[in-house]
Design a binder for this molecule. Structure first.
Ligand SMILES: [Zn+2]
Length: 188
C-alpha cells in the first residue's frame, strides 16, 4: 500500500532509514509518496529509489499532494515527489492551485464541501502558466482524495459508499474521493 510523507514506517532500531525516508525521535518515516520496501537482511527500509528522477512539467501529468488551505473558491495543495517502479517523479513546483471548478463535473459551491485540510490527493496538472503557477484538476474517477483523517480525532477515515466515515466519532465526511481510496495504487 502506498505511504505518504510523514507516515511512520518502522522503529529505527529495527529498520535503518534508507532512501525516501527520514528518522525522527527513534522512528522512521516516509519522505515521498511510494511503496515502502523493507529489507530484513540489511535491516533497512526505503521508499523506492530509482536513479531516474524526471521532473513532471507536462500538462496531464499525475501528481500527489496534501491539501494545505481551503477557501470557497480554491485550495492550495503542497506537492510531493513520488516513486513508481522505474522513476521518482518530482512535481513542477512545491505548491499548486486547485480551483473549485476543477474538483468534479457539475457545480460545486465551495471547495470545503469536497476537500479538507490535510487530505492527500491524486491530481492531474491541468495547466502550467508559469513555473510557480500550476493548476490542478480532480475531475474523473481516478482522481481525488486517496487518504484522509478525521477532522476531529485524526483517525484514518474509511470509505462508506461515496463518502467517508470516522469509525471513532461516527462522523460522516463528504469528499471527492478517488476510486481506490484507502488502498491507493501508484502509477507504474
Ligand atoms: Zn473521528
Amino acid at each position: 500500500m502506498a505511504v505518504t510523507p510523514g507516515e511512520r514506517l518502522a522503529a529505527a532500531e529495527e529498520f535503518m532509514p534508507g532512501d525516501g525516508t527520514y528518522e525522527d525521535n527513534g522512528d522512521v518515516y516516509a519522505s515521498v509518496v511510494g511503496e515502502p520496501q523493507y529489507d530484513s537482511e540489511e535491516y533497512s527500509v526505503r521508499v523506492n529509489s530509482p536513479i531516474k528522477q524526471p521532473r513532471l512539467n507536462v500538462v496531464n501529468s499525475i501528481v500527489y499532494g496534501r491539501v494545505m488551505q481551503t477557501y470557497d473558491n480554491y485550495a492550495i495543495v503542497q506537492l510531493y515527489p513520488y516513486s513508481t517502479k522505474r522513476f521518482r517523479l518530482t512535481p513542477p513546483s512545491s505548491f499548486a492551485m486547485l480551483r473549485v471548478s476543477n474538483i468534479r463535473r457539475g457545480y460545486v459551491k465551495s471547495v470545503r464541501d469536497e476537500l479538507g485540510v490535510g487530505d492527500w490527493v491524486r491530481a492531474k496538472i491541468s495547466d502550467i502558466k508559469a513555473k510557480f503557477y500550476v493548476n490542478l484538476s480532480l475531475e474523473g474517477p481516478k482522481l481525488g482524495v486517496i487518504k484522509a483523517y478525521c477532522p476531529r480525532c485524526r483517525t484514518p477515515l474509511v470509505r462508506r459508499g461515496r463518502d467517508l466515515y470516522c469509525p471513532h466519532c461516527k462522523l460522516h465526511v463528504r469528499r471527492k474521493i478517488a476510486e481506490d481510496y484507502g488502498n491507493p495504487q501508484l502509477p507504474r
